[in-house]
Write a protein of this length. Structure first.
Ligand code: CDP
Ligand code: MG
Length: 833
């Protein structure tokens, strides 16, 4: 009871401080009018360029003067030698030829859908056309164009490019804004931002006051944020009849969007690409002299099958190759193209054969005469960095006087990004290892060769079992075509797909929209924070609505963790969670960590859960790796083991021995670095919410009380709990939904035959043959009682009912008694209030 009061009053105090009065909190939450709290930190970037004078005549004069200024600047640039060159380049882009038709359609219709091949000039030109025509027209209304991008890196690189095309520095007429970074000036009329930033702006300003044009780019990707934004904008359009909405897509699926917006006109920009010579795996293998032998290396959980590359005597090569490919395909069940095709395809793991092949192909290309950059599509950051390490050690590819090896992924630093677009010196070949980010959202000019591994990280969600996953999966046909198309932009090119043609034939036509394959918890929170009414009613108006069951699961989960009350309204906790753009369970841990002054280790736990598992378990050194992890074992918790490992790495890093430390302890140095960076990012987010003191620069706290940390972890991970059932020799684990469950063998809790605690809280469960739990922490009865579910105000009674269900199910008499008395006490307390 004490704890509950403390958390309650803590959260409320903050809101008092922020809003100045309680009523505004009760009614408006974080509405803009009454609070100056963190949501506002983004708003500065959207304000009117300069306060305009009050009287209409005076205002018109100021606007007119500004427009004249901009117009003469624009003219001067276009007449300068560099300006003329730039204009010439722009005039050569397919989009330029459609300029008048596009502007006409935009001025005559509230919604316009534009499609055109990647590189035709949609992103860089169309916002500029609007800007230029507004500057030229001097309509007396300052235009304000917002163009959203699904990723930070494209918002940044595109804004820079557009500023350069206009002969300006970033922050003059063109700016950008992404999370925690942005450049915008007094006279910025065109802002590139991530979709998330526009959604946050809508939180503070539902009518997008002052905005004249919204351009939603890359809609073909069907990201969750974009689909969500479209529902919100569709509602907004009748309220803002003069607002223009422009949707841009790199593929030809415009009809879907057009009919969603009541038959909005579609404009297609015809493009031109050079022919691309396509090789599939069978052709590539033929070139190499490698043979593909299937061998089933089934790991602990029967999860993965990989194929090994063997060098063969060239003479035998051909016939063996054919049968090897055939065998491999049969083994992976490629012949079964039934409804489960995609699933059976996922057994085929191109990454394991891919590295050698990619190296081989790159060498081949480097030895060719034809100049031109190489773009390699990889699954994710991990693969990119391991491949980069491998290639750097190669005598040709690692030779920096001949090869410029670059990585391109969503979370790279801005300076690194610029290199990708620059032309290398003569005689140097640029090789870019990229994720699917280079598929449509950024364009690298000089690419002639493309290598495509065929996979991308895709989040998926199994609503029935309520289990989310982020796994490499096969791309769609459209994506494969996009990847191939990247090779034919400047001259005829070559594309190597590292999968057989029959696999390509079995790809899905389009990728499933994200909203249909992701857990909806964060989305539901956003809907609530934007006050968009009933969650299920709102989502039923989406372009493609998610399954009812998925929506119900998300709502139920949010209620259980205390973010929504019984009536689906946001609780205090829920409001704070909406300000932290991460999974609610991670947000909860951070909030409680801040309140109980143990933020430093909690930041490590949360960052650790957001990256790939830093504890590595190589197949052939499993025992050694598990033993290495066990040294960090700390009171029956994988999460706290990570905290220890990180602290050790941090110390080693200070002596410049971080790599050795990781090597010795089977840790991933990359994950450690990622954790380090994320800790900083999360900390600054927390400072934005006001939960930690914004004047200090170090993490606010150094409490390492193990019991407290355990409680904070439990608070975040509930209702991921399982009961530890002891028998004579060892123990077994049970959850309410799955019955018997098992631990991954690298869990520190899997090593002991006894766990002296009655419960484990876990981060994730994965169903393979049995259900496996990953990363668990043992907790006591009292911790579960006090920290399981919602302890912030909101739905205490509901929570107790739920927890009561668990306790009854597991029939633990001692704790059930404790629970009964606690419940009575709390209910009285609530009534007396
Ligand atoms: O959006 P879309 O894929 O249609 O093309 P874009 O991003 O507007 O790019 C149009 C052209 O501008 C590209 O073909 C590139 O030649 C050039 N561009 C560039 O040189 N540097 C950039 N950072 C972006 C684009
Ligand atoms: Mg684009």
């Amino acid at each position: 009871v004490g704890l509950q009061k403390r958390v309650d009053s803590y959260l409320r105090d903050y809101i008092f401080q922020k809003s100045g009065n309680t009523d505004s909190f009760q009614d408006n939450g974080f509405s803009r009018s009454n609070s100056s709290c963190s949501v506002a930190t983004d708003e500065g970037l959207f304000e009117q360029p300069e306060p305009l004078p009050q009287s209409k005549a005076a205002m018109e004069k100021v606007v007119w003067r500004r427009c004249m200024q901009m117009r003469s600047q624009q003219q001067a640039w276009q007449e300068s030698p560099e300006g003329r060159k730039m204009l010439e380049f722009r005039r050569g882009l397919p989009a330029y030829k459609e300029k008048n038709a596009l502007l006409m359609a935009i001025s005559n219709n509230q919604v316009v859908i534009i499609s055109g091949e990647t590189g035709c000039g949609k992103t860089t030109q169309i916002p500029q056309f609007i800007l230029e025509s507004e500057i030229e027209s001097v309509r007396g209304v300052p235009c304000s164009i917002i163009c959203t991008q699904p990723r930070r890196i494209s918002a940044m690189s595109v804004s820079e490019r557009v500023a350069a095309e206009r002969g300006e520095k970033l922050g003059e007429t063109v700016g950008y804004k992404v999370r925690l970074e942005g450049v915008k000036g007094r006279d910025t009329h065109l802002l590139f931002c991530t979709t998330g930033i526009l959604l946050r702006r809508l939180l503070a300003d539902r009518n997008l006051k002052g905005v004249t044009h919204v351009i939603v780019d890359e809609i073909h990707e069907r990201g969750m944020n974009e689909d969500f934004l479209l529902i919100v904008l569709k509602d907004l359009l009748p309220r803002r009849p003069e607002l223009r909405l422009i949707l841009m897509s790199a593929t030809l699926d415009a009809e879907l969007f057009s009919s969603y917006f009541g038959g909005a006109p579609m404009i297609h920009i015809p493009g031109f690409t050079y022919p691309v010579h396509t090789h599939f795996l069978e052709n590539v293998l033929e070139m190499t002299g490698y043979k593909l032998t299937p061998y089933n290396q089934i790991d602990d959980y029967g999860q993965e099958k990989t194929w090994k590359m063997n060098k063969q005597a060239p003479r035998k090569r051909k016939s063996q190759l054919a049968s090897a490919v055939e065998d491999a395909l049969k083994a992976a069940d490629f012949t079964d193209f039934g409804p489960e095709t995609r699933e059976s395809l996922s057994c085929w793991n191109p990454d394991s054969i891919g590295f050698n092949l990619i190296e081989y192909l790159l060498c081949n290309i480097c030895e060719k005469e034809t100049p031109g950059a190489v773009l390699v599509f990889m699954t994710g950051w991990d693969d990119i960095s391991s491949l980069k390490d491998k290639l750097q050690a190669h005598p040709i590819l690692g030779d920096t006087s001949r090869v410029l090896l670059l990585a391109c992924h969503g979370s790279m630093a801005s300076a690194e990004q610029r290199l990708i677009f620059e032309e290398p010196e003569d005689g140097v070949r640029k090789i870019v290892l990229a994720t699917n980010i280079a598929e449509t959202s950024i364009t690298i000019n000089d690419v002639v060769f493309v290598i495509d591994c065929g996979k991308a990280k895709e989040s998926s969600y199994d609503a029935l079992n309520n289990t989310p996953c982020l796994l490499p999966s096969w791309i769609s046909k459209v994506s494969a075509q996009q990847r191939r198309g990247r090779a034919g932009r400047v001259q005829p090119g070559e594309c190597y797909h590292l999968y057989p043609r029959c696999v390509y034939e079995a790809f899905a036509e389009y990728q499933l929209p994200e909203i249909l394959r992701t857990p909806l918890q964060s989305l539901c929170l956003q809907i609530k924070s934007l006050k968009l009414g009933s969650i299920s009613e709102f989502l039923s108006r989406a372009l493609q609505s998610p399954e009812l069951l998925a929506v119900q699961n998300a709502i139920e989960y949010l209620k259980v963790i205390g973010a929504l009350d019984e009536n689906e309204n946001l609780t205090v906790l829920g409001r704070y969670l909406t300000m932290l753009p991460m999974e609610p369970k991670l947000g909860k841990m951070l909030i409680l960590g801040a309140i109980f002054n143990c933020l430093d280790p909690v930041l490590t736990v949360v960052a650790g859960l957001s990256v790939r598992d830093p504890f590595l378990t190589p197949m052939d050194k499993k025992d050694l790796a598990e033993a290495a992890k066990a040294q960090f074992s700390c009171d029956y918790s994988d999460h706290l083991a990570l905290v220890r490992a990180y602290e050790g790495w941090k110390d080693a890093e200070r002596d410049l021995a971080g790599y050795e430390y990781c090597w010795k302890n089977f840790l991933s140095a990359q994950s450690m670095k990622a954790i380090d960076a994320l800790r900083r990012e999360f900390y600054s987010l927390l400072r934005d919410t006001g939960l930690v003191d914004s004047t200090t620069t170090t993490c606010n706290s150094w409490s390492y009380d193990m019991h407290l940390l355990r409680a904070v972890i439990c608070y975040g991970l509930y209702p991921g709990i399982c009961s530890v059932v002891h028998n004579e020799k060892s123990y077994s684990l049970k959850t309410m939904e799955d019955g018997q469950v098992l631990l991954y063998s690298n869990s520190v809790n899997a090593r002991d035959s006894k766990i002296p605690y009655p419960w484990l809280v876990f981060n994730e469960k994965i169903k393979v043959n049995s259900v496996f739990l990953r990363d668990s922490t043992a907790v006591s009865d009292s911790v579960l009682l006090l920290f399981g579910g919602s302890i912030s105000r909101g739905d205490t009674a509901g929570h107790l009912k739920m927890l009561g269900g668990y306790l009854e199910f597991f029939m633990k008499p001692a704790i059930a008694e404790m629970y009964q008395s606690l419940r009575k006490e709390l209910e009285e307390l609530i009534q007396n209030k």
